[in-house]
Design a protein around this ligand. Sequence first.
Ligand SMILES: O=P(O)(O)O[C@H]1O[C@H](CO)[C@@H](O)[C@H]1O
Ligand SMILES: O=c1cc[nH]c(=O)[nH]1
Length: 235
Amino acid sequence: MATPHIAAEKGDFAPAVLMPGDPRRAERIASLLMPDARKVSDVRGIGAYTGTVNGKPLSVMASGMGMPSIGIYANELFAEYDVRRIIRVGTAGGLAPKVTVGDVVIALGAHTDSAMNTSRIPGIHFSAVASYPLVAAAVAAAGDATNVHVAPVVSRDHFYGNPPEQIQALADYGTLAVEMEAAALYAVAAQHDREALAVLTISDHLLDHSQDMSAQEREENFARALLLAVAAAHC
Ligand SMILES: O=P(O)(O)O[C@H]1O[C@H](CO)[C@@H](O)[C@H]1O
Ligand SMILES: O=c1cc[nH]c(=O)[nH]1
């Protein structure tokens, strides 16, 4: 049984899926975590892998970039493959002085400028929030690490051209980072009565670009976030 975007059989996916944006990061995570990983789909070059970690089943699949893309994959995984939880393992731009490059943000909620959530419930400003048990598991796995934060992020439709006054206002409201998928993921999970979380590594900083990661570093630097994501996947 296939969907328009996933060529896999029912049962090919584990109940928990780790979902980075980058297909190469997905491949890296799968080979790092799961020596027994097998590729279960490769439509559009979006590899999906299933194996086990410490004897527990896990899948890894990329989302591509942006809310429409993650919305498609999350919908198909929840609706057709009986996936119960998706944990995004992404990168994000820091937007407040409190975070630095390499820090991890557990995204408690996600503001958005996307019409995808505005149009969900007419007349309502939808609150895109993470699933509490997954947040709790990730926080517990972080222990007393000082470079792990639990806070709202903003999911934007545009990568380029963040309006400075908007970024400042978001920071004033306690928002720590900007990325492009969490708000849609949280909404799709709520729609399907499933669970979701985004664990984000700060890859660059909007206020100081001197420490920004290269494309290669963005593909490779996810070890700390991965520990928290696996804890949430298997809680
Ligand atoms: O590194 P990923 O997980 O793709 O996440 C971030 O990077 C991409 C932009 O470069 C967007 O998808 C954004 O959300
Ligand atoms: O600045 C950034 C970095 C990663 N992802 C984003 O969407 N923005």
